[in-house]
Design a protein. Structure first.
Length: 394
């Protein structure tokens, strides 16, 4: 069997909205449809009927996502009804998982043209109610939030595994001796880099505004924050802890999508690709140390691609928590920190769970295109203990 090259022709995303912010009135299926439609409109030579599949990541699915938000996006975007759609869930890595699965289908010849992406509206994540064990219960029933984290946890799970995500970040800070000041400095740099990138117009080529919503840039960026302001925030998970709302990614809303093709599909688009997909890897770690999931995933993906940290032009590492990101960097001594998140990361930009992986892949593709050549990585930690990585080249 011949393995085909897979190219990223284009990548778009919405500005990322804060929890309860500008995008909170927008349903997740409408957010997904918006980036799909924008992607198609930006490639007028492509007949949408030629799209073989739409693959979307979505970490929730319990509400207006309506289980298969990819198919909903196809229909709401006005694509031909013959275009199918499938939704995948690898929690925080769902958007990148969608890109990897779509690329795999193209590489194996099952598709020639595909759209891959992700979406999440954490603002609109519903509460859910378990069905009672018997009919007509007399007592009160408990509602569970589906916004983030463990819910309806299986009692067979060891308590060590089911700690809050922020406590998991604290454990990584303990493991690597990461101080509060180091975390706050990392967070401050994220905001500074993101604000500078927006001011320089570096996001103009990939961010597509949602019509009717006044959101000129990512909503969580704080231009005026400082080490002093961050130091005033109280720890969120331990009384004497180091993880705060200021050095963690915020709850967010947003969507992202990429257009993937093989050589034949590339000719159909009439466009030059941004980058080529080279390799990917997924790994598992202990659930409470989920933040270190990318460590081995990145090593394996680079080995598959025949590349090393020294070869990297850019590296988009999802900033779930500053402690988690710094923990990963501590285990990659060969990586130059200067190439990591050059345009800001999730602490400033936001982390809409199902969309973040697609955002990262698109960011790497656009950065490689701007550089003209090079190798880039997109990687995320994943709740319940996984890591996911993708290597791109141009």
């Amino acid at each position: 069997m011949t393995i085909r090259d897979v190219y990223i022709v284009d990548a778009v995303r919405t500005p990322i909205g804060k929890f309860g912010g500008a995008l909170s009135p927008v349903r997740p299926d409408d957010l997904a449809a918006h980036v799909v439609r924008a992607l198609v409109d930006r490639t007028p030579e492509l007949d949408p009927v030629r799209i073989d599949d739409v693959v979307f990541g979505d970490a929730n699915g319990a509400g207006e996502d309506n289980r298969d938000v990819a198919r909903m996006a196809v229909l709401l975007a006005g694509l031909p009804v013959t275009v199918p759609g499938v939704t995948v869930n690898r929690l925080c890595g769902s958007g990148l998982e969608a890109v990897i699965q779509a690329a795999r289908a193209i590489a194996l010849g099952d598709a020639s043209i595909a759209v891959a992406g992700g979406v999440e509206s954490m603002s609109r994540a519903p509460w859910v109610l378990q069905k009672p064990e018997r009919a007509f219960p007399a007592g009160h029933q408990q509602l569970y939030s589906t916004t983030l984290g463990w819910r309806m946890t299986n009692p067979k799970m060891p308590a060590e595994w089911t700690v809050q995500l922020g406590e998991g970040a604290e454990l990584i800070a303990d493991k690597h001796g990461i101080t509060r000041d180091q975390q706050d400095a990392f967070a401050l740099a994220s905001h500074q880099k993101a604000a500078e990138a927006w001011a320089k117009g570096l996001y103009d080529g990939e961010v597509v505004a949602y019509e009717g919503v006044e959101l000129p840039r990512d909503e969580c960026i704080r231009d005026t924050t400082s080490m002093e302001a961050l130091a005033r925030l109280k720890p969120s998970f331990r009384k004497d802890g180091t993880v705060t709302a200021g050095n963690a990614s915020p709850l967010s809303d947003g969507a992202a999508a990429l257009l993937l093709v093989d050589e034949e599909g590339l000719r159909a688009t009439g466009r030059e690709p941004l980058a080529r997909i080279r390799a990917s890897a997924v790994t598992g770690v202990e659930p409470h140390l989920f933040g270190l999931g990318p460590v081995e995933a990145v090593r394996r993906a680079l080995a598959k691609a025949g590349r090393s940290f020294a070869d990297l032009t850019t590296f988009e590492l999802n900033e779930a928590f500053a402690a988690q990101s710094l923990g990963c960097l501590a285990e990659w001594p060969g990586l130059d920190p200067a190439v990591v998140n050059p345009r800001g990361g999730a602490i400033a930009i936001g982390h809409p769970l199902g969309a973040s992986g697609a955002r990262l892949a698109g960011a790497v593709a656009h950065q490689l295109a701007a550089a003209g050549s090079g190798t880039g990585v997109a990687a995320l930690c994943i709740g319940v203990g996984q890591g996911l990585a993708l290597v791109l080249e141009r």
